[in-house]
Design a protein around this ligand. Structure first.
Ligand SMILES: *[C@@H]1O[C@H](CO)[C@@H](O)[C@H](O)[C@H]1NC(C)=O
Ligand SMILES: *[C@@H]1O[C@H](CO)[C@@H](O)[C@H](O)[C@H]1NC(C)=O
Ligand SMILES: *[C@@H]1O[C@H](CO)[C@@H](O)[C@H](O)[C@H]1NC(C)=O
Ligand SMILES: *[C@@H]1O[C@H](CO)[C@@H](O)[C@H](O)[C@H]1NC(C)=O
Ligand SMILES: *[C@@H]1O[C@H](CO)[C@@H](O)[C@H](O)[C@H]1NC(C)=O
Ligand SMILES: *[C@@H]1O[C@H](CO)[C@@H](O)[C@H](O)[C@H]1NC(C)=O
Ligand SMILES: *[C@@H]1O[C@H](CO)[C@@H](O)[C@H](O)[C@H]1NC(C)=O
Ligand SMILES: *[C@@H]1O[C@H](CO)[C@@H](O)[C@H](O)[C@H]1NC(C)=O
Ligand SMILES: *[C@@H]1O[C@H](CO)[C@@H](O)[C@H](O)[C@H]1NC(C)=O
Length: 658
């Protein structure tokens, strides 16, 4: 099902401001219609399944493939270590209009593939952060009920916004759906207060959202305004709309919330969620944070480093994917994106607020064919995410749109294909898994950019410290070289006489690899030997046998050698406790016998009373990994969890993984 009828492309009037803007445009023809890349020239299907394959950038000359990494054994000796992070650092920003496709129809019918994906992250990081919003949050209306009993629907053409954003109508069932998801996989939510008319505020989302979600601690906060620096360009505010106007309107929301007894939590607002049309400093300099400190829970921005707007709408300048592919495949990309925010992350620390990248991805206007869904994007998002963490952001939400975008971390099949197709797991989901494991659940992980290999832009590396000691390393190799000649070997030492410390190099380390044959690859991406497969192939569980390398270190030289393939990344665990803390070994290695045993303990009466899930469906969904393809094809992808919610969490996890 397409979200909106594919009418003619909406005509835009504004334009320069579109570049780098994270605008979601509705009423569009399938994105792929307008791509010009050779291999997709005749492709007219949805962007999420676009087959474009680009040529990897040439192998750089003079790459050093042997280098040392000397770590200090104590964080006290490390300059520039980040603030502490959790494994939930990288989360998702989900367009409000697609939540009924991604979460499920209602609180009773949840999408099991989505739950499985979130369970994977929860197991590694303890929780998953999700922002639900986008342009539609501004005009969304909470209503008592909707025709047909659905939890949301769209009314087209009722807003003035030139993006032709539909008005979204939704019921409180949306919050119950979120609460039920949270109860299963510990998702925590950011929402947005409608900001299209601050003289007639609609605070229902905060009143009802908090009543349902904040008790169990699932509600993180409310964005006040989405991309206000684009309001003038989108024609929803006067052309003179400025940071001081935003300051004034933000104050109206603060006052309304402070005098609303149905909103008990007053200090979880998020501002300003700007895209870069305004500098963050221009907002800080209005005095917003000082004036409303007791209302603000977090500061946030949204940003895309590139855009595909010209290909779609003739807006801005053409971006030819093949020409810009290489720009994503260097350490400089993340550094350059983050640079304009360094002053603000420092400012945020000085005022005691987290600073969050609330919406980001490879490129606005849907992403770029042949880039946004490839292993190149996996490495890019991993490096960019870690760079944000190193730069003292406190979270980064990767955007998820509908079928019409190239960059989704996960895409459900079009509704009318859900009986015979499964989900498509995008290449960026792998990045979120690695970040979750790299930081783990402690909330105490600090990261440093190692400037490895004398700052080679193709071979970045990071070290993660916890409680003062180094625990994990992430090493990346952006080079795509099938000859194998560009694989590099890092020789790692911890402490030791070279830096005047006691030797702390372990006797052995464990390594998980993130690999694919090339940066252009879309489906054969593996994490520690396991994969979600390609288009329409996943039920949200990793398949294949997990493979983790154990490397013995050289005790005489106190060094450990790790080879990183080209392309690829390695997550290195410096101790068995650092390995175990990150959810290893992970539960998808449960044997068939264990699964059978667990399934057998499920009370059949629970199944019988649960809507939409017959015993047969359960059985099919519970078979061992080997039968996923055959089994799930015939089962409904949407399975009730109402009955299952009565089960213990531990059992549920087993169920999802089984
Ligand atoms: C694409 O379409 C053109 C024009 O219809 C046709 O000549 C060409 O063979 C098609 N290419 C493929 C790969 O189908
Ligand atoms: C949830 O959706 C199902 C399937 O459409 C429907 O039968 C059920 O009544 C809905 N539940 C609620 C609470 O609306
Ligand atoms: C704001 O959104 C509401 C709900 O969609 C709509 O009824 C109202 O007309 C909008 N107001 C303005 C000023 O755009
Ligand atoms: C799940 O959703 C239903 C509404 O359909 C609600 O009654 C129930 O309390 C929810 N469960 C949890 C754990 O939030
Ligand atoms: C950093 O931000 C603060 C607060 O807006 C501002 O006063 C200061 O001038 C900024 N510094 C730089 C170097 O931009
Ligand atoms: C991050 O914050 C820490 C602690 O305040 C600071 O030492 C470090 O320099 C900051 N890093 C960056 C890149 O600003
Ligand atoms: C699904 O719906 C789309 C749009 O209505 C249609 O083009 C397509 O053929 C349908 N596919 C199936 C398998 O029914
Ligand atoms: C690496 O590059 C950064 C800027 O990107 C610079 O600040 C730093 O000094 C460089 N380090 C080395 C070892 O060259
Ligand atoms: C998948 O990629 C790996 C390298 O990452 C390669 O060894 C393997 O042969 C590939 N498998 C397929 C089916 O292409």
């Amino acid at each position: 099902m397409r979200l909106f009828h594919p009418l003619s492309v909406f005509v835009f009037v504004i334009l320069s401001s579109f570049v780098n803007a994270s605008v979601t445009v509705y009423h569009q023809v399938p994105l792929a219609d307008s791509t010009t890349t050779a291999s997709s020239a005749n492709y007219t299907g949805a962007a999420a399944y676009d087959p474009t394959v680009l040529t990897p950038p040439p192998v750089p000359t003079g790459l050093t493939t042997q280098f040392g990494i000397q770590l200090s054994s104590s964080s006290a000796a490390v300059q520039g270590l980040s603030i502490p992070h959790k494994g939930s650092f990288m989360g998702f920003s989900i367009e409000f209009t697609v939540i009924n496709q991604i979460f499920g129809i209602n609180a009773t019918y949840l999408q099991v593939p989505f739950l499985n994906l979130m369970a994977i992250l929860r197991e590694r990081a303890g929780e998953v952060l999700i922002r639900v919003g986008g342009n539609t949050q501004e005009t969304a209306v909470l209503v008592d009920s909707l025709p047909g009993g659905v939890m949301m629907t769209k009314e087209r053409g009722t807003t003035g916004d030139v993006t032709a954003t539909p008005t979204l109508l939704y019921t409180a069932e949306v919050f119950y759906t979120m609460a039920n998801i949270s109860a299963l996989v510990n998702t925590k939510w950011f929402l947005g207060i409608p900001f299209n008319d601050t003289n007639n505020l609609r605070l229902g989302i905060a009143e009802v959202g908090e009543a349902v979600l904040s008790g169990p601690g699932y509600l993180l906060g409310f964005q006040v305004g989405n991309e206000p620096d684009l309001y003038a360009a989108h024609d929803v505010r006067p052309s003179t709309y400025s940071p001081s106007d935003y300051f004034g309107e933000f104050g109206l929301v603060v006052n309304a919330i402070n005098s609303d007894n149905n909103i008990p939590v007053k200090n979880n607002l998020v501002a300003p969620s700007i895209t870069g049309e305004w500098t963050p400093e221009s907002v800080w300099d209005t005095g917003l944070v000082g004036s409303y400190s007791s209302s603000l829970g977090a500061l946030a921005v949204e940003h895309y480093p590139s855009d595909n707007c010209y290909a779609l709408y003739g807006i801005g300048s053409p971006v030819i994917p093949q020409d810009v592919f290489q720009n994503f495949l260097t350490h400089a990309s993340g550094i350059n994106i983050v640079a304009p925010y360094l002053n603000s992350t420092s400012y945020a620390q000085s005022v005691g607020k987290p600073f969050i990248m609330m919406e980001t991805n490879t490129a606005s206007c849907g992403g770029l064919p042949g880039i946004s869904d490839t292993f190149g994007a996996t490495l890019w998002a991993l490096d960019y995410g870690l760079q944000m963490a190193y730069s003292n952001f406190s979270g980064a939400m990767m955007h998820v749109g509908g079928q019409d975008v190239y960059y989704n971390p996960f895409t459900p099949p079009p509704t009318n294909q859900s009986l015979f197709h499964q989900w498509t797991i995008g290449s960026i989901f792998y990045s979120t898994m690695v970040v979750a494991e790299a930081f783990g659940p402690s909330g105490n992980a600090q990261i440093i950019d190692l400037q490895a290999n004398t700052n080679s832009t193709y071979t970045p590396g990071y070290a993660i410290y916890e409680n003062g000691a180094p625990v994990r390393l992430v090493l990346l190799n952006y080079v795509s070289d099938p000859s194998g000649a560009s694989a590099y070997t890092a020789t790692i030492s911890i402490g030791g006489s070279a830096i005047g410390q006691d030797n702390a190099t372990p006797a052995q380390i464990q390594v998980k690899y993130l690999v694919a044959p090339s940066v252009s690859e879309k489906s054969n991406i593996t994490w520690a030997g396991q994969t979600f497969g390609g288009t329409f192939q996943s039920d949200g569980r990793l398949t294949g046998t997990e493979s983790v390398q154990t490397i013995n270190c050289d005790q005489s030289s106190n060094t450990c050698q790790v080879t990183v393939p080209a392309p690829g990344a390695a997550l290195i665990f410096l101790s068995s406790s650092a390995y175990a803390e990150s959810g290893n070994p992970s539960t998808q290695t449960f044997s068939t016998t264990m699964v059978t045993k667990t399934a057998a303990t499920v009370d059949p009466s629970v199944l019988a009373t649960s809507n939409g899930m017959s015993g047969d469906t359960w059985k099919l969904g519970s078979t061992s990994k080997g039968s996923i393809g055959a089994g799930l094809r015939t089962s409904l992808p949407i399975v009730s969890v109402v009955g299952a919610a009565l089960l213990s969490t531990g059992m549920l996890c087993t169920w999802f993984w089984s």
